[in-house]
Design a protein around this ligand. Structure first.
Ligand code: AMP
Length: 319
């Protein structure tokens, strides 16, 4: 693994133009990992042209701005962070680049880039970026440190999820020691929420249907999203909040994405593998946090049935 971090640095040194992309429908870790890597390259190699691309999300603006894909991509390096496959990369395609690198923590069997740093046991893509910095003794500053911290904190759910490890704490400890910043500034950006969102969360808790197997599901219509005056991305931001409800082993939200004309499904579980089920429905993700996009409500119900069956299998094994 050590040599991989060195190899990535060697490739970064070789190219003058570097584009950094991440997955569609980004979360804070996706944006933070690409923005932090851009800034790290800029401060360590000021002569390079570095771009972090993909559509921007207003509520994650505090992590930094994004760039347009440059017109001139002759002999450019592409680095994709927090995304396992090219069909989920936002804003560019592999063919335009001389060399490609992946830095990711999603499970993935296919090799899609020339060089891949893949660590499924990492809490976040930002944790991998931080390791890359420390292993190569690169410069950082407090602003970038904050962005990396925000990515780690949000993808690990404040160090709560299972891939939080002694390594995560050691890296974060070294980060805070080397680049002290006020952690409350970061939390304010991530966790301050309007009351309408809390009321919407209460709606979900009051209306989620829970099967006898411990599978909870809810179809969140656009009328409800309008009624509660929240953003269409809010269900995705709330799905983790249903963790630690005793009766829920697996839970899923369905909401309709008007732009794509598809149902967006967020799936979470408590220590029950679900990504293989999501994969069967053209989705994917992590073992305990997955997603899918489906065309019809019938497909959504089929996926929900399969998730209920998974919850039942586990319940039967345990009884
Ligand atoms: P979300 O519920 O959108 O936060 O997604 C949870 C995880 O599943 C993330 O790691 C996503 O990258 C992944 N994921 C979401 N939707 C899909 C999809 N349609 N195909 C593959 N992976 C997905």
């Amino acid at each position: 693994m050590n040599s991989l971090y060195k190899k990535i640095l060697k490739k970064i040194k070789e190219y003058d133009t570097i584009v950094i992309a991440r997955h569609i429908g980004p979360d804070p870790d996706a944006i933070a990992s690409q923005v932090a890597l851009r800034e790290i390259i800029k401060i360590n190699f000021p002569n390079k042209k570095v771009y972090a691309i993909g559509s921007s999300v207003a509520r994650f603006k505090y992590l930094g701005c994004l760039d347009k894909v440059p017109d001139e991509l002759d002999n450019a390096l592409l680095i994709i962070t927090d995304v396992p496959q090219f069909d989920r990369v936002d804003g560019t395609s592999k063919e335009d680049y001389a060399y490609t690198i992946k830095i990711d923590h999603h499970p993935c069997e296919d090799k899609v880039c020339d060089l891949e740093l893949l660590d499924e046991t990492s809490s976040s893509a930002c944790q991998l970026i931080l390791e890359f910095v420390f292993k190569n003794h690169l410069k950082l500053n407090e602003e970038i440190a904050k962005v990396i911290y925000a990515g780690i904190v949000s993808d690990s759910e404040r160090f709560l999820l299972s891939y939080t490890s002694s390594k995560t704490f050691a890296l974060v400890s070294k980060l805070l020691e080397s680049y002290p910043f006020a952690i409350m500034d970061v939390y304010k950006n991530i966790y301050d929420r309007p009351l309408s969102e809390r009321r919407f969360e209460a709606y979900i808790i009051n209306n989620i249907v829970i099967s006898e197997n411990g599978f909870g599901y809810i179809n969140i219509t656009n009328d409800i999203i309008k009624e509660y005056d929240v953003d269409s991305s809010t269900p995705s931001n709330l799905v983790n909040n249903l963790n630690f409800i005793k009766e829920l082993k697996i839970w899923a939200f369905a909401s309709f994405d008007e732009k794509l004309g598809l149902y967006k499904i967020n799936i979470r579980s408590r220590n029950i593998v679900i990504n293989d089920v999501a994969l069967r429905f053209n989705g994917g993700g992590h073992k305990y946090a997955s997603g899918a996009r489906l065309k019809t409500m019938d497909e959504v119900m089929e996926l929900f049935k399969a998730l209920d069956e998974r919850a039942k299998e586990v319940q039967d094994e345990q009884s």
